[in-house]
Every structure is written in C-alpha cells, then in structure tokens.
Design a protein around this ligand. Structure first.
Ligand code: BG6
Length: 488
C-alpha cells in the first residue's frame, strides 16, 4: 500500500460535530492500519480556545468508546493523539491568519516536515469563500516551491444552485488550481459504491446486458428511518433534493450509467461522469409534477429549529431519462427520504422479463430478474431469478443468490471518510467531484427547485413517519419489489 508523504492536515471547524464524529475516528482507523504518513500533523483550527492538550482530551473522549468496544490498547490511542494539535483563531478574520501561519511554521520545523499542507473545511458553507480568500491574502495558498503543495477539501453542500456553485468554483479556482480542489461527496468513499465500477468493468458477464436492450429500469434509493434530529436549522434550508439527490444519488447514478474509461485514472473517469450528467434529460415544465414527487413527513414542522410553516421536502421520488445510446428509453428512479420504514441505500437493476410465460407462478413484469446492490447496511449483492420448486409440476418461485460482504475474511468495511481523507493526502482525486460535473448536476436540479418554489405547498404531500413516503409516488410507475410491493 502506498503511504502519503509526510504532511500537515489542517482541519478548519475542528470543534464541530464532523471532526469528532467522522474525521478523527477515520484518521485513527488509518493510523491503526498503518496507512498514515510516519510524520503527520493534524492541526485542528477553530475559534474555541483549547490548548493542544484540551483538544486531544476532547477527541480522546470521542474515540474511547469505540477503542474500548473493540478491545484496543489505549496506549495506541495516545500515540495517535500525539499527532493532533490545535490552534485557536477566528477563521473569518484575515488579520488572524498570521497566528495559523506561525503555528504551521513551528510545527513544520518541530516535526521536520516538507512544505505539504492539506486544508480541510469542516465548516459551515458560508466559510467556503472566506477561508480560501484569507489564505490567499496571507500567502498561505501556495507552497514555496514545486516540492511542496497546498490542497483544499470542501464539504458538501457545494452551492445551493447552478449559479452559486459556478461562482464558488470560480472563486476557488482563482486561488487554487482545479487539481488542488477536492469536493467531497462521502457516498463515493463507500466501498460498495466503488465496487459498482469493479462489478461493471471487471466482469464480462454484466457488460453485454448493461443497456437498454436488457434493462427495464434502474432504481437508486437512500432511505432513512431518522428524522432531522438536531439538524433542523440546516435541513430546513436545503431539503432532500439538495441534501441527498443533487450530490449523493447523482454521483451514485453516474457510476451505474457511465461508459468505461479507457484507463483507471482520475481525469478519464471524471470525464465519463460529466458525460452522464450532461446526457440527463431536463424536464419540461408541464411534466415536472408527474415525474417528481415531493413529500414532508407529518410532524416535521414541529421539529426543533424548523419553520412551523416550512415548505421543505423531506422525501423525493423522481423518474428521469438519460438521453444517450446506452440508456435511451430506460427509466431511472431516485427515492430518498427521512422517517421511512428502513435505513437502506440500494441500487436496483431491473432486467426485462421473458417475452412469454410458460410456468405456473412464473414472475412477470419488470422486477423478476433484479440485481440488487445493497450499499448499506448489510452490504451485499443479490441476483433474483425464478427457480423450479422441488416436486411435481413446474411451479416457479423467485429466489435470490447472494454475496455478502460480511462473508469475506477481512469483513470490516472502512468508513467512507477513511478512504477520502487518505486519497486527499495522497493526491488522488478520482473519488472527488469535479467542477464541471457539479455544475451539470445543478443545471438539472435547478428548474425543479424553481418549480417547487413557484408552487409553494401545493404538491408537497404529507406522509406518515414509518410509511413508504407519500402514496403519490406510485404515479411515477416504478416497479415495486415483486414480494413486498414496496420500494424500501
Ligand atoms: C448527509 C446528509 O450528507 O448524508 C444527511 O446531509 C444524511 O442528511 C446522510 O443523513 C446520509 O449518509 P449515510 O452515509 O448515512 O447514508
């Protein structure tokens, strides 16, 4: 395994939730697996006044439960925490950046590090323009020479519309080079999502079937049982379309629908992703209500920090087409929502059924032969087909042939952030979104959001928590599972 060069990782917004919940635990896992650089400094930066020791102690408390659960040695945790430092300063004030600059210089000298720095913005989106600008004002956006580098990792949401995403891209590119900008989408860090590329492009058996001639429809879903919990303030300004579809599900779809790149390198792969996004057919105004269904779970408006008259959708079901040679005429579906019956993310490839029915009980319709790629939980791949029931006659029953990740010897799947953090330190942008792809996805989503804005609550359907979402979803005509008649 290649190790990243010795470097400094600066986490802006280090006292926030993401750092304790995802970033530090992922870095710790990488440390346990020997994948971190030998000399790495993780420098937390935010406004709260902590000393290095206080910050380490806070992170230790976050990490300790999982260390104890896995029966790991606490001394190893302490060794990891020796890599962690902290600097308190106000990242929205350009005059305070010399404090950060000085600290970086001291740590570089102390640890004998090259001039290699990755900035990670784990901050509210309002800081995505401010921090790069301040870094530039203080000449911290470039390494002194070509032996060093600066990279910047930006969390989602990346913009709130095509225009804002374009403006943000322009701003970032006026400071950093495109190859230095890493726009994170944690879905692409998931093993099961990356495996879609391997499943498709390393197995000769799927490719001949992976097109309009044999595929009836494709469903991509991400359902959650939880509501908005403590994130009402954020969620109420975005809704399911911007929170899940514009980024995670669109990226997932691109892996399912793209052509094979000629080589497995970041740019050829990202070129193929953009082509898919550009081929997605934009809706005509008149068809929007038939093709996109939005819902809001009952009780959402009473959630903490949610507007009591909120028009924000917590559920979206949509049908769309990709106008290219491979996918012409094949309906694609996205389903996502909060307070649904199960927490599951899946890609379902529904193959066309046989042209003629011969047997008793033989399944017909578009969900008889389906390849179900379970992204999470119970990560697995299942192929469903008809089997003759043992005994007299020819009675057919649908059965599944399974591969489950937990059957592998090295069963534990790394968290998405582990892979993505490591890639940013290694300089591999394959699993990060490129600016043109993001802009193309916003171009598809923008008119829908505009349409909803014009309609207000009209067409925002309520649904009961724990149900399958609003019943109006059935107007999309997706093929429910032949066993349960459900989508989740
Ligand atoms: C985040 C969204 O990006 O993804 C959350 O902001 C959502 O609202 C989460 O719950 C889902 O991620 P996962 O990995 O649990 O499917």
């Amino acid at each position: 395994m290649i190790k990243a060069d010795n470097q400094i990782l600066v986490i802006f917004g280090a006292s926030g939730d993401l750092t304790g919940r995802k970033l530090l635990p992922s870095l710790y896992e990488l440390f346990l697996r020997g994948l971190l650089p030998d000399r790495l400094v993780i420098l937390g930066a935010s406004r709260t006044a902590y000393t290095d020791e206080e910050f380490r102690e806070q992170q230790r408390n976050h990490l300790l439960p999982s260390v104890q659960k896995k029966n790991l040695d606490e001394a190893t945790l302490d060794n990891f925490l020796k890599h962690v430092y902290y600097v308190a300063f106000n990242s929205s004030d350009t005059t305070e950046y010399p404090t950060l600059k000085k600290r970086l210089k001291e740590l570089r000298e102390q640890e004998d590090l090259p001039d290699k720095v990755v900035y990670y913005l784990a901050t509210p989106p309002s800081m995505y323009e401010v921090i790069p600008q301040c870094l530039k004002d203080n000449r911290m956006h470039r390494a002194a020479d070509k032996t060093g580098y600066r990279r910047i990792v930006v969390e989602k949401p990346f913009g709130t519309s095509y225009e804002s995403a374009r403006a943000l891209n322009e701003h970032l590119r006026s400071i950093f080079k495109e190859e230095e900008i890493y726009r994170i989408d944690h879905y692409l860090g998931k093993e099961t999502v990356q495996n879609i590329l391997v499943l498709r492009f390393s197995n000769g058996i799927f490719e001949p079937l992976w097109n309009r001639n044999y595929i009836d429809s494709i469903e991509i879903s991400a359902a959650e049982t939880l509501g908005v919990e403590k994130r009402g303030g954020y969620y109420d300004t975005v809704g399911a379309m911007k929170d899940m579809i514009q980024n995670h599900l669109m990226q997932l779809m691109s892996f399912v629908a793209m052509e094979s790149p000629s080589v497995f390198d970041p740019e050829p792969i990202r070129d193929e992703i953009v082509k898919v996004f550009r081929a997605v057919r934009h809706y005509e105004k008149w068809e929007m209500d038939d093709m996109v269904v939005r819902g809001q779970y009952e009780g959402y408006r009473k959630e903490e920090n949610v507007n009591p008259n909120s028009e924000t959708e917590t559920y979206v079901g949509m049908k769309f087409f990709i106008d290219n040679w491979r996918w012409s005429g094949v309906p694609f579906y996205f389903f996502t929502g909060k307070k649904l019956p199960a927490k599951t993310s899946e890609v379902i490839i529904n193959f066309r059924s046989t042209p003629h029915t011969l047997f008793v009980g033989q399944c017909s319709g578009g969900s008889c032969n389906r390849l179900v790629i379970r992204i999470q939980p119970d990560e697995s791949i299942t192929l469903r087909f008809g089997l003759k029931m043992p005994g007299a006659g020819f009675k057919v029953k649908q059965v599944g042939m399974d591969f489950r990740y937990d059957s592998l010897a090295s069963a534990s799947l790394p968290d998405a952030y582990e892979r993505l953090l490591l890639d940013a330190m290694l300089g591999d942008s394959t699993l990060y979104a490129r600016s043109d792809a993001l802009e193309a996805s916003w171009k598809f989503i923008d008119p829908i959001l505009q349409h909803w804005k014009n309609k207000g609550v009209e067409g925002l359907f309520p649904y009961e928590p724990g149900s399958n979402g609003p019943k109006e979803t059935f107007r999309l005509g997706a093929t429910p599972d032949s066993d349960c008649g459900c989508h989740f």
